[in-house]
Design a protein around this ligand. Structure first.
Ligand code: FAD
Length: 316
């Protein structure tokens, strides 16, 4: 059983950390240290992203292998269709399997850097749904498959919310097990979307994407890049203190933390028990957020979490 499924079944709040492959060897060595240190925060698993265009394909595979095999932390590998002929997809899946990775986030992928239009590879796939079908056909139940969901709507969507949700359902009908969402800072938008998704007959776990606010610049870049709808009270609280990094982190933690408290409150009826934290390869913001939510485990507690990663390097 995958640790994601195990964590969901436990029904206790759980969390995962997403990291991206760094550009430099120094960045890589910092990342290993950080992933190791942050495993004491008890993530159910960690995700490694794949740069659109396949530039980081080998690095994504290597990171998954090292984190899974040597740090002993459950991994989820992102796999995209951008510039990915079938043989590259096959190789990535084989390497993930060899590394002992049991979870794939199946994505269409962003357009490669510098391009606005997404075009399919002639020997690859056009939609994430096809990738889900392909993984399922070739690997059966070996991998748990997650797919992307967009509470604020997919940025390219021209067809309206209802059709977007139908297409999300197609991905689940094709064999996906979980939905990880794009980041958002508006609880009501998320809650309404979850209700619409449920009304469409989608019953799988929904894992909201949460980005801690660690610096004002980082928050601004991310919200601009994804076109995130930022509530006015976020602007009111953060804009006057934007030059004070420490204050931005404290206030940002409160703002994002209060939203997370509402999301994981069992009384809201949303049935959400996991938080997918976009770490941006930084430690402090994720740590502060889990502490604010009173979820950061003590060294004793981390050993008893049902999905506890073993901190001892191990080989499979
Ligand atoms: P799809 O589900 O294929 O949808 C793409 C678009 O096509 C949507 O507008 C959809 O409505 C439309 N569509 C689907 N089916 C049909 C159909 N039959 N006919 C017509 N239109 C259709 N990107 C990366 O490059 N690397 C990453 O590591 C990465 N990680 C991510 C992690 C998360 C949690 C999320 C939410 C996104 C991530 N992305 C990543 C971004 C993602 O790849 C892009 O947002 C991409 O544009 C959409 O991917 P998708 O898998 O949702 O695509």
């Amino acid at each position: 059983t995958s640790k994601i499924a195990q964590a969901e079944r436990e029904g206790r709040t759980w969390w995962s950390f997403e990291y991206f492959p760094p550009r430099t060897s120094q960045g890589l060595s910092n990342l290993f240290d950080r992933v190791g240190r942050m495993s004491d925060l008890g993530p159910a698993f960690v995700d490694v992203t794949m740069h659109a265009g396949g530039r980081t394909l080998d690095l994504t595979n290597d990171l998954v292998k090292i984190i899974q095999t040597y740090l002993g932390v459950e991994t989820c590998m992102h796999l995209t269709c951008t510039n990915m002929p079938r043989e590259k997809i096959d190789r990535a899946l084989e390497l993930a399997k060899e590394a002992g990775c049991r979870n794939i986030l199946a994505l269409r992928g962003d357009p490669p850097a510098g391009q606005h239009e997404w075009t399919p590879d002639a020997a690859g796939f056009t939609y994430a749904r096809e990738l889900v079908e392909y993984i399922k056909k070739n690997y059966g139940d070996y991998f748990s498959i997650a797919v992307a969901g967009f509470p604020e709507g997919h940025p390219e969507s021209k067809d309206g919310r209802e059709l977007e949700i139908e297409r999300l359902k197609d991905k689940l009908d094709a064999g996906a097990d979980f939905i990880f969402t794009q980041m958002f800072y508006n609880y009501d938008i998320f809650a309404n979307w979850v209700k619409e998704v449920r009304a469409a007959g989608i019953t799988c776990p929904i894992v909201p994407g949460v980005m801690p606010i660690q610096t004002y610049g980082g928050y601004q870049r991310a919200t601009e890049r994804f076109g995130t709808l930022v509530p006015q009270y976020f602007h009111d609280a953060l804009d006057p203190i934007k030059d004070d990094d420490q204050k931005v982190r404290e206030v940002g933690t409160q703002l994002v933390g209060d939203m997370c408290k509402k999301i994981i409150d069992p009384k809201n009826g949303l049935g959400v028990s996991g938080l997918h934290i976009y770490t941006m390869n930084l430690e402090r913001g994720s740590r502060m957020l889990l502490e604010y939510l009173d979820l950061a485990p003590t060294p004793q507690q981390v050993k008893t979490l049902p999905w506890t990663p073993s901190l001892t390097p191990k080989r499979r």
